[in-house]
Design a protein around this ligand. Structure first.
Ligand SMILES: [Zn+2]
Length: 498
């Protein structure tokens, strides 16, 4: 069992972890003691070599101790609308998602951020990117929540200056009258307004802990005007602000012609100045091999969200080709309203096994170890270290208990977690050297009270936005047909000999 105790009154370290099972670059495991000071790992040594000397000691008892997962694509509005628009593809589904996002109160922004962070921490995620829709002026509530709960997070206000119905590749005139989105709630603010509000949030937010921050979050290339994207690229370049966007997620999106005669959306992004190491792009399911090459050459990061891509029927990203071309890749869940949950172990499992049937050569397959590296690779793109449990790195790690039935035979514990364990709960989670999950419970928030408030908040939100849900229902047949008719620009899953 993990337990905490106070020991040496004149501590050398703030935190000591004893008998932690860690995984090296070859996948081999060994038992170590870990020491943390001022938020960083200062020592990793063979277990039991030295006397435990720290202000706080956690006995890992052979628990699998991994660098904290970095969820590189999520939306914290998800927890109050987990199954709105269920069993639909993205285009009709997102109208339901929109209907439960518009007009949320500051309190609701705070509550959903808390719910998302709790779910992330309890399953071993220590950092996340929150691509957050809704009024930018209220998003400090999410940042406040992340500060209080102890997770690392960047908030990327999701902005677009093209009205939603005009971003699905069908002219507004083609929409049946009953499904036209005339509701003023769907009107977009101007690009100037949205960029200014994002910059104001970026400039106005001072993280008390240094764990939270703000970045640009243009919703997707087809949802933002050329002028808007160029302005974001200019500010990003001059001020070093990171950018996150969705990218070619569905067949419908792949069929939308990029403007101004560009051959592909990737060429347009490059011309706009967005394709750089500051950019991370979620999905990329329908990016061509040429687009992958362009993104890899510019050191941009693609974020793989396999469960979301399956749940919405969007397609299967060609992760093996991304790897072959040397693209920087991170892992995410997407919102819990389309990606299952904030559990990154589930994303790791999908990333490991999903692509195997398309490759004859098992040496190209993802493994539990490569999936672990994917699950922490986003740290670099977010400025949260290297995503490794090493001396000198931020003390962000999680301990998964191995005294449960799945681990009983003592075989490869990482493979057990990624491929065969059914409980993905971390017993201890440390962020920036602080124990935020202790014996499976949050130390920073009253979890029971928080969960108790979710039902009532959801009911209120749905009642307030019921007219938008009605609109989504009216749009569903048209958007479903649009999706059904969309052609794939490549096989859903290529079969190759490599
Ligand atoms: Zn998303």
């Amino acid at each position: 069992m993990t337990a905490t105790a106070t020991t040496d009154p004149s501590p050398r370290a703030d935190l000591g972890i004893t008998d932690a099972l860690v995984v090296d670059d070859t996948g081999a495991v060994r038992s170590v003691d870990i020491y943390v000071r001022d938020g960083s790992v200062v020592s990793i040594s063979d277990a039991g070599r030295g006397r435990v000397s720290a202000r706080k000691v956690v006995h890992a008892a052979g628990g699998l101790t991994l660098p904290g997962f970095v969820n590189s694509h999520s939306h914290s509005y998800g927890p109050l609308c987990r199954h709105e628009g269920k069993n639909l593809p993205l285009e009709p589904w997102m109208m339901y998602g929109w209907a439960t996002t518009v007009g949320r109160t500051r309190e609701e922004v705070r509550l959903t951020a808390q719910l998302q962070a709790v779910e992330a921490l309890l399953t071993g995620t220590t950092s996340m990117l929150d691509h957050l829709a809704g009024a930018i002026e209220d998003q400090e509530a999410a940042l406040d929540a992340y500060e209080e709960i102890g997770i690392r997070a960047l908030v990327a206000p999701m902005i677009a200056d093209i009205r939603l119905p005009e971003t699905v590749g069908a002219a507004p005139s083609l929409w049946p009258a009953s499904s036209r989105a005339e509701d003023p709630a769907l009107d977009q603010r101007s690009a100037r307004d949205l960029i200014d509000a994002t910059v104001a949030l970026y400039d106005g937010w001072t993280s008390p802990s240094g764990r939270t921050g703000v970045m640009f979050g243009p919703s997707a290339p087809q949802r933002c005007s050329d002028e808007m994207m160029r302005e974001i690229a200019d500010i990003s370049r001059s001020r070093g602000i990171r950018v996150h966007t969705h990218l070619l997620e569905t067949r419908v999106q792949a069929g939308i012609t990029p403007p101004k005669g560009f051959g592909s959306w990737l060429e347009l992004l490059d011309d706009q100045g967005l394709l750089s190491a500051r950019l991370s792009a979620a999905h990329g399911v329908w990016v061509s091999p040429g687009g992958i090459e362009l993104a890899a050459g510019r050191a941009a990061t693609f974020v793989h969200n396999p469960q979301s891509n399956l749940q919405l029927g969007s397609g299967v990203a060609d992760l093996t080709e991304w790897r072959r071309q040397g693209l920087s890749v991170a892992l995410g869940t997407d919102g819990v309203n389309c990606g299952g949950s904030m559990d990154m172990v589930s994303s790791m499992r999908f990333a490991t096994v999903l692509h195997r049937p398309s490759r004859h050569d098992p040496s190209t397959w993802e493994t539990p170890l490569s999936a672990l590296r994917l699950a922490t690779a986003g740290a670099a793109a977010l400025g949260f270290g290297r995503g490794r449990l090493e001396v000198g790195e931020p003390a962000d790690f999680s301990i998964f208990p191995t005294d449960t039935p799945a681990y009983a035979s003592g075989e490869d514990p990482l493979a057990t977690l990624v491929l065969s364990a059914w409980d993905h709960s971390a017993r201890t989670v440390v962020v920036a050297g602080r124990v935020v999950v202790d014996d499976g419970r949050l130390t920073t928030i009253d979890e029971t009270a928080l969960l108790a408030s979710a039902r009532e908040a959801r009911a209120k939100l749905l009642a307030r936005n019921s007219h938008l849900a009605e609109l989504a229902r009216a749009q569903e047949p048209f958007l479903t047909e649009l999706t059904r008719a969309a052609k794939a620009n490549r096989p859903i899953m290529p079969f190759t000999g490599v």
